[in-house]
Design a protein around this ligand. Structure first.
Ligand code: ADP
Length: 216
């Protein structure tokens, strides 16, 4: 199925989880600037080194860097549709995406906003583990492992993301409120915004998203 959609929402709102479920169910390719930057950092590339300090503080990486990443990705994989997890996160990024897609004579089908309470964010981020190799995300409580939790998919180590610490999370939430929330109005005006209650369990949220994708 060929759809072009962006997933928006606070840290811990479930964007990564839902993006993965969408790919599995509908075969739409997914990309996430956050995941790309973590991989670049682990590989020790110039981009990874340049951005590590920014992501570690919980600040947003400059728009120009992120837009270039997305443009490169679109050039290589964009013909099959896409799910963007964590892009756009600022108005200039949303405007850049609009002009890139217009140049490609295409447009977004859906902007899905996963709404979660602050309590949900703190609970999820506080108990989140992520595979260092494949990015699989789970919670400390559902990962019933002893001292060294291992990824059920690739045997990689499950670790806490170093930006999941409480004080860094505060900065990420502030960035979200000031820079990302204005995108609701942007996509609302384009009549493609859909708000979904992201506080529910992943299957229930996914049912709503599936319905939107199928109806397009
Ligand atoms: P989350 O959605 O849980 O906050 P991500 O994995 O999407 O985490 O992003 C981690 C970090 O990567 C962000 O805090 C930010 O520093 C950087 N980042 C990711 N996407 C963007 C973006 N679109 N613009 C700027 N910085 C970004």
């Amino acid at each position: 199925m060929k759809r072009r959609l962006v997933l928006l929402g606070a840290p811990g709102s479930g964007k990564g989880t839902q993006a993965e479920m969408i790919t599995r169910q509908f075969g739409i390719p997914v990309t996430s600037p956050g995941a790309i930057l973590r991989r670049e950092k682990d590989l020790g590339t110039p981009l990874g080194i340049e951005t590590a300090e920014i992501t570690q503080r919980g600040d947003l990486v400059p728009d120009k860097i992120i837009v270039e990443l997305i443009e490169d990705w679109l050039r290589l994989h964009g013909s099959h549709g896409f799910v963007f997890d964590g892009f756009p996160r600022t108005l200039p990024q949303a405007e850049s995406l609009l002009s890139i897609l217009t140049r490609l004579r295409t447009a977004l089908d859906l902007a899905i906003w996963l709404e979660v309470s602050e309590q949900t964010v703190h609970e999820r981020i506080g108990g989140r583990l992520q595979c260092r190799s494949c990015g699989f995300t789970t919670s400390v409580t559902s990962a019933k492992f002893a001292e060294r939790p291992i990824c059920p998919y690739c045997d990689g180590p499950l670790v806490r993301r170093n930006d999941d610490d409480e004080s860094v999370l505060r900065t990420r939430l502030q960035e979200f409120h000031t820079k990302t929330e204005p995108l609701a109005e942007f996509y609302g005006k384009m009549s493609i915004l859909h708000r979904i209650d992201g506080n529910r369990d992943r299957e229930e949220v996914f049912k709503d998203i599936s319905r939107l994708i199928e109806a397009k």
